[in-house]
Write a protein of this length. Sequence first.
Length: 390
Amino acid sequence: MKIKSVRARVFQWKGKTVPPQGNFCSNAMDLVYSKTESMSTFRFHSWTVVEIETDDGIVGIGNVALAPKIAKAIIDEYLAPLVVGQDPWDYEYLWQRMYRATHAWGRKGVTMAAISAVDLAIWDILGKSVNKPVFKLLGGRTKEKIPCYYSKLYRTDLKEMQDEAQKFLDQGFKAFKMRFGYGPAHLQHGVQENLKSVEAIREVIGYDTDLMLECYMGWNLEYAKRMLPKLAKYEPRWLEEPVIADDIDGYAELNAMNIIPISGGEHEFSLYGFKQLLDKKAVSVVQYDTNRVGGITAAHKINALCEAHSVPVIPHAGQMHNYHLTMSTLASPMAEYFPIFDVEVGNELFWYIFDGEPIAENGFLQLRDDVPGLGLSIKTEYLDQFDIIE
Ligand SMILES: O=C(O)[C@H](O)[C@H](O)[C@@H](O)CO
Ligand SMILES: [Mg+2]
């Protein structure tokens, strides 16, 4: 079997979107004085879909959501020529070709995301060519079904957040991730608002339900050290990305305080990136995203590294490309899950592009043994809501 063609298309949403809510999530831009609402830099309404076709007509589908137009340019210009004409079963060789050919400028960030998208499509081909789901090629079924946590609870009016939590508690979710809206730039008022929001959600979900707290790199080390003791009484399962991804020593210092487990990884890349996080004990939960970190070829290796360090893997953002990794290893106990909502930030946009994503039932997800590859196809229902850039 040989790879015949690589097609990368950018799906740019032009449909209805929920207008930006101020302070819906603290983020790295909060610390940079800006006249515009800092969250405006943090809405992504396009997605790149990669389709790789083989000489015997199998089409594998990959995807990338980080800087989709740049990712497409990297795929078209640099990665496609490296894999066309090659055997997709030589996936490690192909991965190394892409990684090393772009290493001088691409070992972190959008190039690794572009490599991930090509790698996902290759693994989709492998599964389809032997009529097996991808997780069966990685380690098989390690769980009857995948526990997942409800992920949204953007910071808004506290009553609205409580109603949202109640609605999904009633749907059987046993774990929730909420977003802080405030950070160092919002002074003591922000500290109080952050604590009020956690109090409000705990009031609804109680303490026999997991609660995770998301900062999305919006704090700094000094602020996080002040907040951890104040948050401890709410018994969060983890505090996510308190500082920017490059501040690995900051992560390690916070994690070593042993007050609340620190999680991160959605903005880290490659096996080496996670070796560094684990060697420094920077995180207690690893959260790579398989469509960023280097695809399935890289994520599978990182799963083994995490197993050796006894650090759980709970990939960022859910979606099929992560569920196969969670299903195939005991090192990954659960998945993140973004339910279907109107298009807002972009975390939910994949629902409008792909068919095949599993719907959570009672806080669990299921992958089928009889669906080959990654199990996704391109949805036709919303195609008219997208501008598609070839
Ligand atoms: O962990 C996450 O889900 C991410 O940080 C989200 O993509 C981001 O939107 C913060 O809500
Ligand atoms: Mg996150």
